[in-house]
Design a protein around this ligand. Structure first.
Ligand SMILES: *[C@@H]1O[C@H](CO)[C@@H](O)[C@H](O)[C@H]1NC(C)=O
Ligand SMILES: *[C@@H]1O[C@H](CO)[C@@H](O)[C@H](O)[C@H]1NC(C)=O
Ligand SMILES: *[C@@H]1O[C@H](CO)[C@@H](O)[C@H](O)[C@H]1NC(C)=O
Ligand SMILES: *[C@@H]1O[C@H](CO)[C@@H](O)[C@H](O)[C@H]1NC(C)=O
Ligand SMILES: *[C@@H]1O[C@H](CO)[C@@H](O)[C@H](O)[C@H]1NC(C)=O
Ligand SMILES: *[C@@H]1O[C@H](CO)[C@@H](O)[C@H](O)[C@H]1NC(C)=O
Length: 435
């Protein structure tokens, strides 16, 4: 995923000796000696870094009706005078939960050694809105029954990176965000999610969930759910009966091999679907015909064929599959001049392509900025380079070294007002607007 790309700086520069000129719609599009830092845009796409939240920032504004009470901070913790409703107890090797004064609303207990949550732990802390207990040693049997449900104002609960084996139950009905990634959850009570009417974000990545967990339609009851993360679990099929409010679905790194024909019909709001590192092989041709889909990642699967590309899709990742050829008229059967497809970016490396997609693709997808072909595999397993490794449309960027190409624009590109193409930036913007 995006954003924290600054970490890895193993710069791979692709110098492609390709200089081809395409002329379409009076637009000159060229490939030149590209010096492009692919690691920023692509590396973390393949070895996706786990980040529970999609890139939008939810600014939770907590009211603070308790200014006057700054006393009572637990000895082990720190209560900043300028944030009197917060108590910081993180990184303190704590084994138990300290006393929490009644006025505290945000409680930070991450990176400790807490195993248990007992009745007494939170005896007076009835105003808590956010509890961060991530990176502890919580065990399911050591959480007293009902203790979490008592926080009738709780909005955010971070329980990721613990040793939970069971989905915590019962939970407060006020909850909006629940983070449970990196546990060992393999059991979920069938009524575990009943009443979570305000939950919008549920992260269950890196657990031990099997298909059987979804038998009882448990997720369909979370009627406001917008984001569901089930990456790195043990799923073999698509989770059924998801709530129709869903906008972001993450299923990377499971063992899903097929998608039922009408699966997405019940998910009309879907904006982003991440399914890389699965076993997808044959999928229905128009399975992704979803009018709101903006991002689709089906890289690292076993797909042999491309599929219909919906009109609003912007970013498509199909690298590391078994695709031998892409018929442009199939992925884009019709062009309607007033309703252009929005695709800007395709990643296609590590397939079995023998030639670039026919240039018809630029008529159908006039917003395309780049197509990354990278290396392809031949049928005997060797890698081959297509003549075009990177297709990149000329852009009017800040670097003056492209100056001599500026007149490539002279005929006036119809829709050529897009900013410099940076997938991160683009996507983040987009998602901020959506939320
Ligand atoms: C809880 O509140 C009661 C009454 O205000 C007080 O006597 C007691 O010490 C508090 N307990 C803890 C654990 O803070
Ligand atoms: C809670 O802890 C996690 C570490 O697991 C951290 O990433 C997150 O930012 C914390 N949340 C807040 C609001 O501090
Ligand atoms: C759900 O959210 C709405 C709007 O913020 C709020 O009025 C309602 O009380 C919440 N429901 C629960 C069960 O907390
Ligand atoms: C994929 O999931 C498995 C557990 O199912 C996990 O051990 C592995 O680290 C995950 N791979 C990645 C790249 O996250
Ligand atoms: C995609 O869906 C629209 C309606 O949502 C329909 O009109 C169109 O024919 C579909 N296209 C394909 C290729 O299935
Ligand atoms: C591409 O697909 C179209 C429509 O399905 C078909 O008519 C055409 O023959 C195909 N072209 C190639 C080269 O396979």
């Amino acid at each position: 995923m995006k954003a924290n790309s600054t970490g890895q700086k193993k710069t791979m520069e692709f110098l492609s000796q390709v200089c081809v000129f395409f002329f379409f719609f009076g637009v000159k599009v060229y490939c030149q000696h590209e010096t492009y830092q692919w690691e920023e845009d692509y590396d973390q796409e393949s070895d996706y870094t786990y980040q529970p939240e999609f890139q939008f920032h939810q600014n939770v504004e907590y009211g603070n009706p308790f200014h006057q009470h700054t006393l009572g901070c637990a000895r082990e913790c720190f209560c900043p005078p300028n944030f009197p409703s917060s108590m910081y107890c993180d990184n303190r090797k704590l084994k138990t939960i300290p006393n929490i004064p009644m006025h505290i609303q945000q409680l930070y207990l991450q990176f400790n050694e807490i195993e248990a949550v007992t009745e007494n732990s939170f005896i007076n802390a009835t105003h808590l809105k956010e509890i961060n207990l991530s990176h502890n040693k919580l065990k399911s049997q050591k959480i007293d029954y009902g203790v979490l449900a008592k926080f009738s104002s709780l909005l955010q609960l971070h329980l990721d990176h613990n040793n939970l084996e069971e989905f915590p139950f019962p939970l407060p009905k006020s909850l909006e965000r629940l983070l449970l990634g990196y546990n060992e959850i393999s059991r979920v009570q069938k009524n575990a999610m009943d009443g979570l009417v305000n939950l919008t974000m549920l992260d269950l990545c890196y657990n031990h969930l099997h298909d059987s967990m979804f038998k009882e339609k448990i997720l369909s009851k979370i009627e406001k759910l917008m984001q569901l993360n089930l990456c790195s679990n043990r799923l073999h099929s698509m989770p059924p009966d998801l709530p129709s409010s869903l906008m972001y679905l993450s299923l990377e790194n499971n063992s899903i091999s097929s998608i039922p024909e009408n699966y997405f019909k019940k998910l009309p709001e879907l904006h982003a679907l991440r399914m890389s590192h699965n076993e997808l092989q044959d999928i229905p041709y128009n399975i992704f015909n979803l009018s709101n889909l903006r991002e689709l990642n089906v890289g690292h699967n076993k797909l042999k064929q491309a599929f219909y590309i919906p009109r609003n899709l912007e970013h498509l990742y199909i690298e590391n599959n078994e695709i031998e050829s892409i018929n442009a008229t199939m992925i884009c059967p019709s062009i309607e001049p007033l309703h252009y497809h929005h695709l800007t970016y395709i990643r296609l490396d590590q397939n079995k392509l023998k030639e670039p997609i026919s240039s018809y693709i630029f008529f159908c997808f006039p917003h395309i900025h780049s197509i990354y072909y990278g290396e392809q595999r031949s049928t005997n397993g060797q890698t081959i380079q297509l003549k075009t490794q990177v297709f990149q449309r000329h852009q009017d960027d800040d670097n003056d070294d492209h100056d001599d190409h500026h007149n490539a624009y002279e005929d006036g590109e119809q829709e050529g007002t897009e900013e410099n193409f940076d997938p991160h930036y683009y996507e983040i913007q987009e998602w901020q607007e959506i939320i």
